[in-house]
Ligand binder design. Structure first.
Ligand code: FEO
Length: 171
């Protein structure tokens, strides 16, 4: 079982993961409209990835006998600037999510909730990967700036991203 405080904190994080999905879907649409199908493809799969983060946490709350409370999702922006600015905003958002996950882990430690600490470790590791993936794209983007040929090459690379493997519902 989990405490009411932990349940509420996990429900807040479910909402933030939903917002992340919404944000990346908005970025996908924006990149598509900018004539950057590879960037759009990358963001589309990032959106799918966030749904995995949502459902994994949703399952954990239920499996711990908690109540899921789905809250209103904030509206994301619809304009994001240059491709570099899109990924700078992505990194900033992922750094925010990392901070939220760390706060959740801190609560689990304070409560001596060992099951939730073990569960959250997956997210701690995932956030390292999320930030690294974005940094790997930001590095060449900073090099090419607004130069069209370079952007097209990065777009072709991002077109290769494929759908994340779906998570089976937790037992
Ligand atoms: Fe669910 Fe990208 O953090």
């Amino acid at each position: 079982m989990i405490s009411k405080k932990m349940q509420d904190a996990l429900n807040e994080q479910v909402n933030k993961e939903f917002y992340s999905a919404y944000l990346y879907l908005a970025m996908s649409a924006y990149c598509n409209a900018q004539g950057l199908p590879g960037f759009s493809n990358w963001m589309r799969y990032q959106y799918e990835e966030e749904f995995l983060h949502v459902t994994k946490m949703y399952d954990y709350i239920l499996n711990q006998g908690g109540s899921v409370h789905l809250k209103q999702i904030d509206e994301p922006p619809s304009e994001f600037g240059t491709p570099l600015e899109v990924f700078e905003a992505t990194l900033e958002h992922e750094q925010f999510v990392t901070k939220c996950i760390n706060e959740l882990m801190g609560l689990a430690v304070d409560e001596r909730d060992f099951a939730t600490q073990t569960f959250l470790q997956w997210y701690v590791t995932e956030q390292v990967e999320e930030e690294a993936n974005v940094n790997d794209i930001l590095a060449p983007l900073r090099l090419v700036g607004k130069e069209g040929g370079g952007l097209m090459m990065i777009d072709q690379q991002l077109a290769k991203r494929v759908s994340p493997a779906p998570l089976a519902p937790a037992e």
